[in-house]
Design a protein around this ligand. Sequence first.
Ligand SMILES: NC(=O)c1ccc[n+]([C@@H]2O[C@H](COP(=O)([O-])OP(=O)(O)OC[C@H]3O[C@@H](n4cnc5c(N)ncnc54)[C@H](OP(=O)(O)O)[C@@H]3O)[C@@H](O)[C@H]2O)c1
Length: 322
Amino acid sequence: MKAIRVYETGGPEKLVFEDQPVPSPGAGQALVKIHSIGLNFIDVYFRTGLYKSSLPFTPGMEAAGIVEATGDNVTAVQPGERVAYAGVLGAYAEYALVNATQLVPLPGDVDFSSAAAVMLQGLTAHYLTHSTFPLRKGETVLLHAAAGGVGLLLIQIAKRIGARVIGTVSTEEKASLAQRAGADHVVFYTRDDFEHEVKRITGGSGVDVVYDSVGKTTFEKSLNCLRRRGMMVLFGQSSGPVPPIDPGMLNTKGSLYLTRPGLAHYTATREELIWRSGDLFRWIEEKSLTIRIDRTYRLSEAAQAHQALESRQTAGKVLIQP
Ligand SMILES: NC(=O)c1ccc[n+]([C@@H]2O[C@H](COP(=O)([O-])OP(=O)(O)OC[C@H]3O[C@@H](n4cnc5c(N)ncnc54)[C@H](OP(=O)(O)O)[C@@H]3O)[C@@H](O)[C@H]2O)c1
């Protein structure tokens, strides 16, 4: 099979397109023939070495396809079943081994592209809004990178709950995408002072929660945007990791809460995985959740896909076609 391999960490050129043997499923595993692969920012962190994996490895954390074969003791899925998954390394390939309990069966109306587009970023938007800071009607959210993969999904989920969304973006095109997804206010954080804008929009009171995946360039000002006892949800670092902080800062800025959540801890049980993915698939089937696929690359073009994501050219989801 064709696959992308990383032998040493570094730039996009470290993504090597080559032949690999098709693996065989062990006990508890399924072999998935991949039809669509989701690109995520975490793929960049693994490629650069910010997140660690033993070398060499096949990157990619999200895909949809068909179960080709199963190992012993697999009851969750059967050969021939249409499935999707997120959070398992090795998706940049024509076949991948996945623990069967991490696969979710796809409803008939959800195609492979939509499934590969929604699993990782959609599950993330779901847990951030339903569990990390369970949003309520009337609350106000500050969401950075609002036109990104997670961003466009999180806006729609926050709006269905009835929250008010202030989204930050870098370009006019991204602003109109965020607005079309439902954002109430859009702020150009590369041009304007977003702290000033958020205070103006909220009449000085601040937001209930910040969902910040940009990290280094937004973290500290984001804390200043929160209301008293508001929650800072730092869930990524697209601009670079946040330097160490003095916890006393959370007191002086208003007895704030700070959390740094990860998807694995919010899909740790099969029950939770099925709940969250079930909501997403239902919303797709009802057409109340729109998936924006920005572009699709061939597997051999994985390096170009990474370049586009890292250089902020993309909005919504990028897929890779094996
Ligand atoms: N913790 C979790 O469970 C979890 C799960 C999924 C994703 N995440 C995180 O969520 C973030 C978004 O992931 P995604 O896959 O949906 O990516 P994405 O939002 O589609 O892409 C990243 C966006 O971040 C913005 N950005 C701001 N500064 C940037 C910089 N210096 N370099 C690159 N981008 C910059 C850009 O939007 P503008 O051009 O509008 O600024 C860019 O389009 C990532 O940080 C990812 O690690 C975390």
